[in-house]
Design a protein around this ligand. Structure first.
Ligand code: NAP
Ligand code: MG
Length: 471
């Protein structure tokens, strides 16, 4: 029987143990409407605040968050599952992104167009959109919030954020800290509840000007459809299945490290994880041997345990999906080189753990090749050369990130041009930079986060024609 607790409260649980780590309100349509109304009230004042001051307030909030990094990282590990070291990196990333946009606040610019006609000049004003709804998934709850919060606030918008139902705690604490350090409460609010209820109420509220969504491709499409009914602005950062191509003249050791970190960071639950590995046949055997050595050294455990390099998957649903993807792929071929199972042992009994998994030469139309794999399982194929690698890499509905490893400048630049993805790393681990625009091609999304480009997605251009009367 449903109790009051079931109806009004979400219990947040530690993915490593199933233990309760907190409770938050399970908000509904009325909570969405209230938050949007407050945001709307806060908008004129924030818009009128000088941009430099907005930047200073965002920076002060970021610094306060950094000062509490260890406390926040522990909270993040407890609700999300990632190792503490990775949680600290995530909080630091959040801070860097806010600082980056705080630095751009004084550089917001419009345009002046002289002599459109006789005594007639043009202005291009830039104005904020208004109430922005930020919907964020559980895999990087704070980084992915920061990507939206930084540019939105600096441009003069007000933000209502909805974290994933399973990872609200760190986000709530961040809002509290920023509120204590000068950010007006109605300028940045966090509401908690189910995406299908609270999220939809926010997306369909006519007072909301923009939805900035990060999550899965199916939910993103649905959110875009809902937003389209109100002609709302939308950015979508969706799923990925990033290919990594390694040619025979590459720095193999560096590429092995990048493949290992790229696939197993955050237990493989990253949009930009290395999800398909294509190795030139000349180096494939030595590459796989070195990668296996690295994988054997990974330590699966609770994110809070000393020495853990791979935490649990975030939820039972994630593990069930991964197990189906791995098992169904192996039924159709491929050689299991490592993992493919849950780890044995008492310490793993109550969490969503899974061993790091490598599979050599699975079918090219297996689930590991075709679907987004959000867990620690890496399919590996041999290729004859660059052309085959690019063709295989592009045989995906996704187009988020990609990487090419080679010392051949022609091959590298060709790959950068031809890979159907919003990011291509050349001889570089798949790391995101605030300075560069990030956003997917194809079914991986619409619009950009990061870079100066992100500012365009939080402002509207308005044309003004100025005609001078004759004197
Ligand atoms: P998800 O199921 O799509 O959920 C994402 C967010 O949307 C959550 O806050 C969720 O709320 C909310 N939501 C669910 N249904 C909704 C609806 N009908 N209306 C409004 N909001 C709704 O994604 P996920 O499985 O949690 O996250 C993993 C996915 O995110 C992967 O596909 C990954 O590739 C993608 N991702 C993309 C990027 C990128 O930048 N491109 C970065 C990271 C992750 P509840 O969870 O509370 O229901
Ligand atoms: Mg989901």
């Amino acid at each position: 029987m449903a109790t009051a607790v079931d109806i009004d409260v979400t219990i947040v649980r530690n993915p490593a143990s199933g233990e309760e780590v907190g409770r938050v309100p399970r908000g509904g349509a009325a909570d969405a409407a209230e938050a949007v109304a407050r945001a709307q009230d806060g908008f004129p004042g924030w818009w009128d605040t000088p941009a430099a001051k907005r930047g200073a307030i965002v920076r002060a909030g970021a610094e306060a968050v950094l000062a509490q990094r260890d406390e926040l990282a522990l909270q993040l590990t407890l609700e999300q599952g990632k190792p503490l070291r990775e949680a600290r990196i995530e909080i630091t990333r959040f801070v860097h992104t806010l600082e980056h946009y705080a630095g751009l606040a004084k550089n917001l610019r419009g345009a002046y167009v002289p002599n459109l006609d006789v005594r007639t000049h043009g202005l291009v004003l830039k104005r904020p959109l208004g109430v922005v709804v930020a919907i964020v998934p559980w895999n990087f709850p704070t980084t992915l919030l920061g990507n939206k919060l930084g540019p939105a606030l600096v441009c003069g918008n007000v933000v209502v954020a909805k974290p994933a139902e399973t990872t609200p705690l760190t986000t709530l604490r961040i809002a509290e800290i920023m509120g204590e350090h000068g950010l007006p409460e109605d300028v940045f609010q966090v509401v908690t509840g189910k995406g299908s209820v609270l999220g939809e109420a926010l997306v369909t509220d006519p007072r909301v000007a923009k939805v900035a969504f990060t999550g899965s491709t199916p939910v993103g499409k649905h959110v875009a459809e809902l937003a389209a009914r109100g002609v709302k602005r939308v950015t979508l950062e969706l799923g990925g299945s990033d290919p990594m191509i390694v040619l025979d003249d590459s720095d193999v050791d560096a590429a092995v490290s990048a493949a290992s970190v790229g696939r197993f960071f955050n237990c493989g639950q990253a949009c930009l994880a290395v999800k398909r590995l294509y190795l030139h046949e000349q180096i494939a055997d030595q590459f796989v041997e070195k990668l296996l050595e690295k994988v054997r050294k990974l330590r699966v455990g609770a994110g809070t345990a000393e020495g853990t390099t791979i935490g649990p998957l975030h939820s039972e649903e994630q593990r069930t999906t991964l197990e189906d993807q791995v098992d169904s792929t192996l039924e159709r071929g491929g050689e299991l080189l490592a993992g493919g199972r849950r780890p044995d042992g008492e310490e793993y009994a109550s969490g969503w753990f899974y061993e790091p998994t490598l599979i050599l030469e699975p079918s090219h139309d297996s689930k590991l090749a075709m679907e987004e794999v959000f867990g620690p399982a890496l399919p590996i194929w041999r290729i004859g050369g660059l052309e085959e690698g690019i063709a295989r890499a592009n045989a995906s509905e996704f187009g988020l990130g990609s990487s090419i490893w080679t010392r051949d400048l022609t091959a590298a630049t060709l790959a950068a041009e031809k890979l159907e993805a919003g990011y291509t790393w050349i001889n570089s681990a798949q790391i995101i930079y605030d300075e560069l625009p990030f956003g997917g091609f194809g079914e991986s999304g619409v619009g950009k986060e990061h870079g100066n480009e992100a500012l365009d997605y939080y402002q509207e251009s308005k044309a003004v024609v100025v005609k001078q009367s004759p004197r």
